[in-house]
Design a protein around this ligand. Structure first.
Ligand code: SAH
Length: 213
């Protein structure tokens, strides 16, 4: 699992690109500057690892674009020790960013192949999520709720009610909502039944699918 001067240099450039695109959170930029994204991709894609683009991983899924990862993470406003839930573990790159920020991470993946692969891979890099779960993210993780923040990394046709219900008061849900194109949406829980909703522009994700596979 090599990390060459070339990789380090490309990561620095990627961080500059993200700054130019409007990412300002220093902790998030540091995480992206340090996490070896090329190790999360198949070897044939090594040269692409530090372009600001999504790429295919196993099981017809993608590793999210770095800008999208940074944008969503920034919206979560992570503080060290926050209990957070991720829906769509995929390659584990976003999970690694959350771990790097000191969050206690629970992450759910519905594709068994990816769940297996990422469950063995992440600890090898030193990223220890609290729990990686093979399951259906539409249901959230009621036994560990409430969460300080929840991130959905696949396009949700609608906002799953359990995810809103599993936020603590003051907690934040960052979710791309829509079918072909998704609108990044932030919900902040203001009270038991009260949520502030903000829409933050269009993105494209692979779909959040029903049930596990
Ligand atoms: N965070 C990932 C992004 C992966 S793409 C990364 O950084 O690589 C979205 C992921 O969501 C895919 O792995 C897909 O299998 C998963 N997914 C789709 N529907 C899901 C569901 N209902 N529950 C959990 N995971 C789901």
């Amino acid at each position: 699992m090599q990390d060459t001067f070339k990789h380090k240099g490309l990561r620095k450039q990627l961080v500059e690109t993200l700054k130019n695109k409007g990412i300002t959170d220093v902790a998030v930029l540091n995480a992206i500057g340090e996490i070896k994204r090329h190790l999360f991709m198949d070897s044939s894609f090594l040269d692409h690892a530090y372009q600001d683009k999504a790429f295919p991983i196993a099981a017809d899924q993608t590793i999210s674009q770095p800008y999208t990862v940074a944008f969503q993470t920034e919206l979560m406003e992570i503080r060290k020790g926050d209990k957070v839930l991720e829906i769509g573990t995929g390659s584990g790159y976003q999970t690694a960013v959350l771990c790097h920020l000191g969050a206690k991470v629970y992450s759910i993946e519905r594709q068994k192949e990816l769940w297996r692969k990422t469950s063995t891979f992440l600890p090898k890099l030193g990223y220890r999520a609290k729990k990686l779960i093979f399951g259906d993210g539409y249901k959230g993780l009621v036994e560990e709720a409430p969460f300080k923040s929840i991130i959905v990394t696949a396009g949700a046709p609608f906002v799953p009610k359990p995810l809103l219900a599993q936020l603590e008061i003051g907690g934040r849900l960052v979710i791309p909502v829509g079918d072909n194109v998704q609108v990044m949406t932030l919900f902040v829980r203001k009270g038991v039944m009260e949520f502030d909703k903000t829409e933050l522009g269009e993105f494209r994700f692979v779909p959040l699918l029903e049930d596990k596979n």
